[in-house]
Write a protein that binds this ligand. Sequence first.
Ligand SMILES: Cc1cc2nc3c(=O)[nH]c(=O)nc-3n(C[C@H](O)[C@H](O)[C@H](O)COP(=O)(O)OP(=O)(O)OC[C@H]3O[C@@H](n4cnc5c(N)ncnc54)[C@H](O)[C@@H]3O)c2cc1C
Length: 302
Amino acid sequence: MDKIKVYNDLKKVCNNTLLDESMKKHTSFKTGGTADILVMPSDIEEVKNVLKYCKKNNIEYYVIGNGTNLLVKDGGIRGVVIKISYNMNKFEVRDDRIIADAGASIIALAQVAYKNGLSGLEFACGIPGSVGGAVRMNAGAFKGEMCNIVEKTTYLNNEGNIVQIDNKAHDFSYRDSIFGHNPYIILQSVFKLQKGNIEEIKEKMEYNTKIRKEKQPLGTYNAGSSFKRLEGYFPGKLIEDSGLKGYKIGDAEVSTVHANFIVNNGNATTKEILELYSYVQKVVFEKFNVMLEPENQILGQD
Ligand SMILES: Cc1cc2nc3c(=O)[nH]c(=O)nc-3n(C[C@H](O)[C@H](O)[C@H](O)COP(=O)(O)OP(=O)(O)OC[C@H]3O[C@@H](n4cnc5c(N)ncnc54)[C@H](O)[C@@H]3O)c2cc1C
């Protein structure tokens, strides 16, 4: 791929097009190499045109949101990264529903729901993802999950057609949905909430925030839980009981606050983080005969 040509062509269809962009700037782990091209569309038309261009020219593309569940390898990403985030973040409240662009912040949605006396998003008030990322991942916390509140999602399919699906067709499961198995680009979701008591909503959100502050390494570079919960096991407990809290490889460390958070102390590489994942998996397996599965999505090349 002639990246200068692709850059110049894509600039004509999407104003926010960047060349050789460091993925450190686009991931909460603050690691990863450069993407050949990164585009940040500001509306559906731009997303459609970028996809059309990539398809027509046989160029690989990858969709990301806020990069809060991502590990980008140190060799970076060949092709085009389509970042749907704060450039495409409109939402509106209509009665007991919120209609939100894929790039809208889940935290912002939880706040607007609360201010409008709408209950259902309290669980998500500390999840730093975008609507697209949260729907794709069926993000959840405090016994709440996206699958309980998503009514409809509109996406671009592989052929560039706009499709709308209802809740059932998302095929939601633990941290998964159809979007984990198909190259679809989420454009918008509708959340169906319930009218609730504004004080109770506030209390729940404050409680959830307090627990996060107490139990999670807030303020560090990480991508949330490193390993998926397993039937009957909490990864954090297995890792802690394996004596791995505080274990380091380079600047990557098993958090001393919560063992299921691997954190970048500043200058970690993705290689170090991935080595630490493997080491944790190995030690936990040897001790408990349980194979932990990473929750973070991995992109790019070594
Ligand atoms: C401090 C911290 C706390 C966290 N707490 C929680 C928590 O409590 N619960 C929880 O579930 N997660 C949590 N996470 C993880 C993360 O915030 C969620 O998984 C979030 O939903 C990811 O959204 P994102 O926009 O950052 O997606 P990204 O990390 O950018 O991408 C994640 C996946 O979604 C896909 N994707 C993103 N946007 C789109 C789109 N528009 N169309 C199609 N696919 C798309 C990507 O391809 C990728 O596969 C936490 C992360 C951090 C850093």
